[in-house]
Design a protein around this ligand. Structure first.
Ligand code: SF4
Length: 102
């Protein structure tokens, strides 16, 4: 008798289970995508910032990231979503998010 693959014995999902889960998830999301369009990747900040201005120093487009956090809007067409500000914020107050509109 052939031994079961190690992944199946340990309870780790097989590729087939992962594919099936992704298929079901995409089918469940399809009405949302049809009604609202695909989600956009955006940067967002939270109000409890520390004003250290590290985000301004690391921005690859030299944007005033701190001002964007203060205004609550990262809708700047020059932002290329590089994530430098996300990676370097010492408090983790700037993050990636998905939105249905910009
Ligand atoms: S994602 Fe990049 S370009 Fe956009 S504000 Fe942050 S550091 Fe600047």
């Amino acid at each position: 008798m052939a031994a079961k693959p190690k992944a199946a014995r340990s309870g780790i999902p097989t590729r087939q289970k992962i594919r099936r889960t992704l298929l079901v998830a995409s089918l469940l999301l399809m009405p949302v995508v049809i009604n609202y369009g695909p989600p956009f990747l955006v940067i967002e900040g939270s109000a409890n910032r520390v004003n250290c201005l590290t985000c301004n120093q690391v921005c690859s487009k030299s944007l005033d990231v701190n001002a964007m956090v203060q205004s609550g809007s990262f809708a700047n067409p020059e932002c290329i979503l590089c994530g430098n500000c996300v990676d370097t914020c010492p408090k983790g107050n700037i993050r990636y998010a998905f939105r249905w509109s910009r």
